[in-house]
Ligand binder design. Sequence first.
Ligand code: AMP
Ligand code: MN
Ligand code: MN
Length: 343
Amino acid sequence: MKSPASADRAALHEFVAKHQRFLLTTHVNPDGDAIGSEVAFAAWLLGKGKSVRILNDSPTPPAFRYLTDGYPAEVYDEALCDQRFSEADALIVLDTSNKQRIGRLAKHLDQHVIAVAIVDHHATHEGFGRINVIESEMAATASLVYEIMRESEHKIDARTAEAIYVGLSTDTGNFRYSNTDAKAHLLAAELVALGVQPQVTYERVHATAPPGRLRFFGEALAGLTMLEDGRVAVLDVSPEQFARHGLIGADTEGLVDMPRVIRGVEVVALFSEVDPGKVKVSLRSTGRVSIDQVCVRLGGGGHEHAAGVQLRGSREDAKTRILPEIAKLLAALNAAPAGGGKA
Ligand code: AMP
Ligand code: MN
Ligand code: MN
């Protein structure tokens, strides 16, 4: 019997066969999985002789720009977006199934008749496409894109393998998070066999920081606060710190992972304010508590052990809304019978 997932994948293959001019997009503030998935999907479509454009609400972070070299990747502009929507007959949304997360492209969706397909691994939303391939057991959207490409017997070259590897390695925190399963490692092995050089890729993506970024990390880490008997680690970065070090929001990449090394820590919360009054909250669980619903209830989303939300107001306001919710989750953990926690 066909599983619903494979039925959705079959529908996606039909969708791709039926359309010719594709527009690809992803979530605001794209990460390695967002960009890697777009590039791999674009390579697949181009290999099929389709016309492809990538248009995102936000610019590609510098660390991932090399992946889009040679691809028609553009950043949102109202007139350009109208033009791209008029030219395309299908939109593929990667690495999000939440319409609000595609940013300013969302309003154009309501104004143009265009068929939409979603390819994602977030469980927090239903998907707003005609076709919704949403598989939350996939470590990365890029893993899903790889399987889809394989199903159509597409030959994957080393460059495309690298784009997929960037998605997989960044979304698993370099194979450290709880979504790192046998499948993730098997895929990594296949990608290496296709020509990916893990050390080279790691350096391209992660060894590109300006010195100010480390000083900024140092300041943020010096301000680390521990709550709930050392089970919650809180980090906080201000607009003044971003400005003084000449950094942007994407420069916090990796910061939230650092306190995970503290013995006994269950949850890490980062409150990052680039523009005054807009606080990006990033939550990480080291595996025993599910933090996604805390973000979903406030309009965000993510995964069980890695989620985020954007809040208006001060960092203190954000903490007042988030930290008691985390304390409740930890209290429930205490109340649960031994061995009841999730691995
Ligand atoms: P981050 O903390 O930005 O690395 O994100 C962790 C996870 O939560 C990723 O899967 C994101 O896609 C998701 N996420 C982060 N911010 C938001 C948001 N504002 N709304 C929905 N999902 C989010
Ligand atoms: Mn993502
Ligand atoms: Mn992802």
